[in-house]
Write a protein that binds this ligand. Structure first.
Ligand code: NAD
Length: 341
C-alpha cells in the first residue's frame, strides 16, 4: 500500500483530481490518499495558501498528485507552485509533449520531452521595486553551476534510460552572457560525458521558431526556468493543447505530479474540464512508484479514448456532450476491458 498526498487544488482541480484517483483505483494499485489543502482552497479554510500540514504530508509521503492552484496576478500571496518546488527542491520539471491519434493538432509526429530547471533564475523570487515611487522594478535571475549541472545531467540520464537520441539545450547566451553563458558551458561539459547521445544548443528565439516550423527534429530539450515555462506550453500547443499535457516536478526526496494547465476558472464547476492531462500525470506517478505495468495501462487507455474521439470533452470535440466525469468513466472501462489475466 502506498500513501500519496492528494492536493485537489482550485477551480477545475477537485473535479479532474477526482477523475484521476478513480482511474488509478481501477488499475488495482493500492493507494491510500492523504488529502491536503493548498492554494485558494486552503486560504478559505486556514488562511494560509500552503499550510504546514500540507508540507508535512508531502515530506512524509515523498509523492503527491496535485490539482492546479490559482495564483493572483501581480498581488496577493506568492505562487504556491513555486513555493512547493522550492520547499522540496523539486529541481526537475519534466513535461512530455507527444502527439495523440484523434487529437486535432497541426502535427502528427511530435514526441518531445522537456526538462525545465525548476528552482533558479527568474523564479528565485528575488525581486523588488527600486524606490517607494515604484519608478522601476528588478527581478534577479540567479543561475548556479550546481543547478545547471543537475538539470542537464537529468536530461541526459533520461535520454539514455529511455533510448532517446538527442538533447537540445536552449539558452540566450548571446545576450545574457553570464547566466546563459554559464548554463551553456555546463551543458557542453556534461554532454561530453554522454558521447552516445547527440547534443546541440539553440538560442531561445530561434528555438521558438524551429519548434513551430519543424518540431519533429527535437527529442529531449533542456533549458532554464523561464524559457522552459514558455516553451513547454508551446510544446503542449503542438500536440493539441493543455488538455493533454502532463507534468512532473521531481527532486531527490519528493515528486509532485500535475497537469501543465492551470485552474481554468472560466470552466470550473461545469463538468467541462478535460481530465486527460492529470490522468497522464497519474500514469507518470505510477511509473515513479515502480508500477510500470499499471502506468502503461493508464497511458494506453487514455490513448485509446482520445483516438476513438467520442467520449472526450468539448475542448477536443466541440460536438461532444461528454463531461469530465464521463470521460474518466470511459477511460476506466477501457482499463477494465484490458485487465491482465
Ligand atoms: P489555464 O491553464 O487555467 O487556462 C487556459 C485556457 O485553457 C482556459 O481557456 C481554460 O478553460 C483552458 N483549459 C485549461 N485546462 C483545461 C482542461 N483541463 N480542459 C479544458 N480546458 C482547459 O491558464 P490561466 O487561465 O492562465 O490560469 C488560471 C489560473 O491557474 C491562474 O491563477 C494561474 O496562475 C493558475 N495556474 C496554475 C498552474 C498550476 O497549478 N500548475 C499552472 C498554470 C496556471
Amino acid at each position: 500500500m502506498y500513501t500519496v498526498t492528494l492536493i485537489p487544488g482550485d477551480g477545475i482541480g477537485p473535479s479532474i483530481v477526482e477523475a484521476a484517483t478513480r482511474v488509478i483505483e481501477s488499475t488495482g494499485v493500492p493507494i491510500q490518499w492523504e488529502v491536503a489543502a493548498a492554494g485558494l482552497a486552503a486560504v478559505d479554510i486556514v488562511k494560509d495558501p500552503l499550510p504546514q500540514s500540507t508540507i508535512d504530508s508531502v515530506k512524509k509521503n515523498g509523492v503527491a498528485l496535485k490539482g492546479p492552484l490559482t495564483t493572483l496576478l501581480g498581488k496577493g500571496f506568492r505562487s504556491v507552485n513555486v513555493a512547493l518546488r522550492k520547499e522540496f527542491d523539486l529541481y526537475i520539471n519534466l513535461r512530455p509533449a507527444k502527439s495523440f491519434e484523434g487529437v486535432v493538432s497541426r502535427y502528427k509526429d511530435v514526441d518531445i520531452v522537456m526538462f525545465r530547471e525548476n528552482i533558479e533564475e527568474f523564479y528565485s523570487g528575488i525581486e523588488h521595486y527600486i524606490d517607494a515611487q515604484k519608478s522601476a522594478a528588478e527581478t534577479i535571475g540567479v543561475v548556479t553551476r550546481f543547478g545547471s549541472e543537475r538539470i542537464v545531467r537529468a536530461a541526459f540520464d533520461y535520454a539514455r534510460k529511455h533510448g532517446r537520441k538527442k538533447v537540445t539545450l536552449v539558452h540566450k547566451a548571446n545576450i545574457m552572457k553570464f547566466t546563459g553563458g554559464l548554463f551553456l558551458d555546463v551543458g557542453k561539459s556534461v554532454a561530453a560525458e554522454y558521447p552516445d547521445i547527440t547534443f546541440d544548443d539553440k538560442i531561445v528565439d530561434n528555438m521558438a521558431m524551429q519548434l513551430v516550423m519543424k518540431p519533429e527534429q527535437f527529442d529531449v530539450i533542456v533549458t532554464t526556468n523561464l524559457f522552459g515555462d514558455i516553451l513547454s506550453d508551446l510544446c503542449s500547443g503542438l500536440v493539441g493543447g493543455l488538455g493533454v499535457a502532463p507534468g512532473a516536478n521531481i527532486g531527490t526526496t519528493a515528486a509532485i505530479f500535475e497537469a501543465v494547465h492551470g485552474s481554468a476558472p472560466d470552466i470550473a464547476g461545469k463538468n467541462l474540464a478535460n481530465p486527460s492531462a492529470i490522468i497522464l500525470a497519474s500514469a507518470m506517478m505510477l511509473e515513479h512508484l515502480g508500477e510500470t505495468a499499471a502506468a502503461t495501462r493508464v497511458h494506453r487507455a487514455v490513448e485509446a479514448i482520445l483516438k476513438q474521439g467520442t467520449h472526450v470533452t468539448r475542448d477536443l470535440n466541440p460536438q461532444s456532450t461528454t463531461g469530465t466525469k464521463e470521460m474518466a468513466d470511459a477511460i476506466i472501462r477501457e482499463i477494465k476491458a484490458n485487465q491482465p489475466e
